[in-house]
Design a protein around this ligand. Structure first.
Ligand code: DX5
Ligand code: ZN
Length: 224
């Protein structure tokens, strides 16, 4: 029997106004979001460069939200301990960026953190067959990683469904996160496919972040 999952909204600060970052974080926390999605990009695994440890360390002081750190970096093992020390609670690495994924997941868990694996749109769910029991979360990318504000890739929904089927068949209970192009109108489709952690960047931070987060949470609540 698989346990019932908890649902989380994970606003992605990539789309936040950095001149107001602390206030923006408080707004989404006030709205009821309990995860904060932090996209780290190295300009190598993905074309863009975002931010890293100093920023995470700084915002760790202003909130107790779960720091969901999405590493879009090559060979992330080099920095796992640093990310733990600056405040990550959950570290997600890309399967495509890890030469020894089994070792990397073990390393994250040995640091006392939750371990997630992200899959690019073109990467099949089957690459995780042997490591699924080591995953606390699987992140299905529904855009090609590197930028906020891109359009949702429709076949991501099939991947979420496929993953849920595999987890249920094997009695595993990893969270299923989806990232890219998430907005209120897509919430019912994503939840019914099996996602339980929704990342939203531009849908939260473009405009009134607190209201947008409340609307997304209400849309999630209506489906549960
Ligand atoms: C993209 C990042 C996302 C991004 C999502 O590579 O992983 O977390 O912030 O942005 P939206 O929700 O605008 O698609
Ligand atoms: Zn992300």
């Amino acid at each position: 029997m698989t346990e019932r999952k908890n649902y989380h909204l994970a606003p992605s600060i990539l789309s936040a106004d950095f001149t107001q970052l602390g206030n923006q974080i408080h707004s989404v926390e006030e709205a009821g979001a309990d995860y904060l999605h932090i996209d780290v990009m190295d300009g190598c695994f993905v074309p863009s460069i975002s931010y890293g440890m100093p920023l995470i360390k700084s915002i760790r002081k202003c909130t107790d939200m779960v720091f969901d750190v999405h590493l879009m970096i090559e060979e992330p093992d080099r920095y796992l301990e640093d990310f733990r020390d600056c405040g990550a609670d959950l570290i997600t690495v890309h399967a495509e960026a890890c030469r020894h994924l089994d070792r990397t997941l073990g390393h994250i868990r040995d640091l006392g953190l939750k371990a997630g694996v992200a899959l690019n749109p073109a990467t099949p769910v089957s690459v995780l067959t042997h490591v699924l029991p080591m995953c606390d979360m699987v992140l299905i990318m529904s855009v090609n990683p590197g930028f906020g504000g891109q359009d949702y890739i429709p076949y991501a929904t099939e991947k979420i469904r496929e993953l849920l089927g595999i987890l249920n068949a094997r009695g595993l209970n990893a969270d299923i996160e989806v990232d890219g192009g998430v907005n209120t109108s897509r919430v019912p489709m994503l939840l019914s496919a099996g996602a339980n952690v929704l990342v939203a960047g531009s849908a939260v931070f473009k405009g009134d972040a607190e209201k947008n987060a409340r609307d997304l949470l209400a849309a999630m609540e209506a489906c549960i």
